[in-house]
Design a protein. Structure first.
Length: 108
């Protein structure tokens, strides 16, 4: 179910408030979402890759080239989905010029 403009605006405001009030929690929640997607892709890719491998062995025993081509295509697609790349988890914050200056020139 899709959110209305008003609901999506409220959700965005809540997200901005959360990020402003507790950046550590917001970062953890974002990381958990990325990790969840990576696990979903891995499971889906494995679920496609396994049976496709069995189909490839079956096609080899039958000597069926078209069935082997279909199995190979499915195996390739499964491997691609399982190895989908996601943005790396950022452990260091980007430093603004102000924070860099404060590190170089400590308060006196």
């Amino acid at each position: 179910m899709e959110l209305s403009e008003h609901e999506s605006r409220i959700l965005q405001e809540i997200q901005q408030d959360l990020t402003a009030s507790d950046p550590r929690l917001a970062r953890v929640l974002t990381t958990a979402t990325i990790q969840g997607r990576a696990i979903q892709h891995l499971l889906l890719g494995t679920a496609v890759l396994g049976p496709s491998l069995g189909l490839m062995i079956f096609a080899l025993t039958l000597g069926s080239m078209p069935l082997g081509a279909v199995a190979f295509t499915a195996m390739t697609a499964g491997a691609y989905v399982a190895s989908a790349r996601f943005p790396r988890f950022r452990t260091k914050r980007r430093l603004s010029r102000k924070s860099v200056r404060s590190q170089i020139l400590p308060d006196q």
